[in-house]
Design a protein around this ligand. Sequence first.
Ligand SMILES: *Cc1c(COP(=O)(O)O)cnc(C)c1O
Length: 388
Amino acid sequence: MGFESLASELEERKKKHLYRSRRLLQSPQGSEVLLDNKRFLAFCNNDYLGLANHPDVVNAFRQAANECGVGGGASHLVNGHHQQHHQLEEELAEFTGRDRVLLFSNGYMANIGAVNALLGKGDSVLEDRLNHASLLDAGLLSGARFQRYHHADSESLAQRLVNLPSTNRRSLVVTDGVFSMDGDIPPLPELVATCRQNNAWLMVDDAHGFGTLGRNGGGCIEHFELGQDDVQVLVGTLGKAFGTAGAFVAGSELLIDTLVQNARSYIYTTAMPPAVAAATRVSLKLLQNEHWRRERLADLIKRFRNGAVQLGYELMDSFSPIQPIVIGSEEKALALAAWLEEQGVLITAIRPPTVPKGTARLRVTLCAEHTEQQVDRLLDLLDQAKPQ
Ligand SMILES: *Cc1c(COP(=O)(O)O)cnc(C)c1O
């Protein structure tokens, strides 16, 4: 069998302005990057606190590599569970106020692992319709009854929970903590109450909230002051504000013990390099203690929002570093991104199926490394690009 059918599918994708391609990053991540041999002012990475290239984090990584080598070498349950992993787990448990934490190699695998360790046939998973792809995939893979509720809508959730069949075994409600393509946050206290009334567990993936929300960077659970009995399954990723790589699930002893026994994406994979864990221990300290990074970020977010709204752009209901500008059509979003790029500013156009049809957008992300001048430069270009 040839590949002709693949070629025509790819052609179709190009025609619809949905074709994706990669470019070469030739510098560390940051507010200014070298990409395909050109310098850009970038508003598209998730390194919100500027820790991915922080000298203390880099040094911790280097020193740990000297001491423990580069490769993880084995899975956690064979002999790859390094003391650096273990110490990071304990520090993250303290940081999140949970009994225990389990490290995963990345957020995608943490979500697949957690949902599938908890649910199977006869159970139900209920997801916000705008959840991250890894959460949706996790739910679908589990074989549980799969339903989506309206975005950030606890009544829509309640309706579905009430109508579950009497034979239903377990129910798990799953939501992003900060929605990755919209930047808004769900009404967590309402979701907690709805779950409690209907005997369901709540799982929150706060990939974008850790480090950016809450006084100490504790994310949406700190923002809303929610404990382990409110949000039973808490997920964080380390590749965003932490600036390193990996992810974790936090919760009760029983939850974590169950994941160690059952989470296939934990069991059947090589442990993350211990040096990554060592570097993350330093970035955790910076994330907690350097409040100025969060304060600076909040100021830049305000500055960007005020400016863009004054120019007449449609923003979303977000006070997070994710500040999408909704454009509508794929073609227009791509054209604006291309024009900005000619001016030396890099912002990714996000298109379906990542976001619903007709809501293609420029996903602007701000980070503590940006200067006010850089934000003003973006606003100035948006002014020039404004539809007349
Ligand atoms: C980025 C992201 C993930 C995936 O995390 P990785 O560590 O990059 O695999 C999971 N959930 C959400 C909400 C995310 O934004």
